[in-house]
Design a protein around this ligand. Structure first.
Ligand code: SAM
Length: 246
């Protein structure tokens, strides 16, 4: 092995995330802050071996190491500072943030773990608390160890508190209500997911308090969820199903 081998590494994709989030807009900025964001990690061959999960059943949470595959940029494009959404225009050093735009587009999320199952020959881990796009490549999974990983005395710098925004009331139009009913047969958690995604007003901070756009949309599962901000509440206007490629 020559020295250059220790400066650039080849990683294996061991799995793929199946998540309700089909685009970045509207995804929670950290895992665990939203209810209903459940999904699966599909282990891929040759890593899809049940033995590799032996002993994991007793753990309620796992660390998932993944690639921000929609934030990949050429090395020349990297910047030492980024703009964390909570700070508006203020920049911080990339290593002081969890931004997807980093020298290696590697992310780390703690997810709830709810066991595994086989479906059509695929080995699927059931997870909750997703802050990841659908199809995100997974490169490792490790158990979350409460005795070592939970550090109540730790200080959180400029991100000590969860982002504060008064929750907005989320209401559904008649059309959205009608569309929600059949959709919930397939995704019983859909209403809760829409409500908790929208209640903290996922518009980027730079939109400020004045609307510059009337309608917004977030893509959850196969639904294009259209909504608008009206006074102090969010109105879900419609959720039309889009056909997704198989
Ligand atoms: N908990 C992880 C961490 O600390 O590394 C992720 C934090 S990062 C701030 C979460 C944001 O990354 C989401 O709000 C979403 O916009 C974006 N994101 C999620 N999956 C992504 C992917 N596969 N490619 C690019 N961006 C992604």
């Amino acid at each position: 092995m020559n020295t250059s081998d220790l400066n650039a590494f080849h990683l294996h994709r061991i799995g793929t995330v199946h998540s309700p989030f089909k685009e970045k807009f509207g995804i929670p900025r950290q895992s665990g802050l939203i209810e209903g964001n459940i999904g699966q990690i599909e282990l891929l061959p040759p890593w899809d071996r049940q033995e590799a999960l032996q002993g994991l059943d007793g753990f309620s949470h796992i660390w998932v190491v993944f690639i921000f595959h929609e934030a990949l940029k050429p090395v020349e494009a990297w910047r030492p500072t980024v703009r964390p959404p909570r700070l508006g225009a203020k920049r911080q050093g990339v290593f002081a943030t969890r931004s997807p735009y980093r020298p290696n587009a590697i992310g780390l999320s703690v997810l709830g773990y709810h066991g595994w199952r086989k479906e059509n020959g695929k080995l699927l881990l059931e997870v909750s608390g997703l802050d990841l796009l659908d199809q995100t490549p997974v490169i490792d999974i490790k158990p979350y160890l409460p005795y070592a990983d939970s550090l109540p005395q730790a200080s959180g710098g400029f991100a000590a508190e969860a982002p504060q925004s008064d929750p907005l009331k989320v209401v559904f139009s008649e059309l959205a209500q009608a569309q929600l009913q059949p959709a919930q047969q397939r995704y019983p958690q859909l209403r809760r997911l829409i409500e908790t995604c929208l209640t903290h007003n996922p518009r980027p901070a730079y939109f400020g308090s004045i609307d510059k756009r009337e309608h917004f949309g977030i893509k959850l599962y196969e639904f294009d969820v259209q909504w608008q901000l009206e006074a102090e509440r969010i109105v879900v206007l419609s959720l039309f199903a889009e056909s997704l490629p198989e």
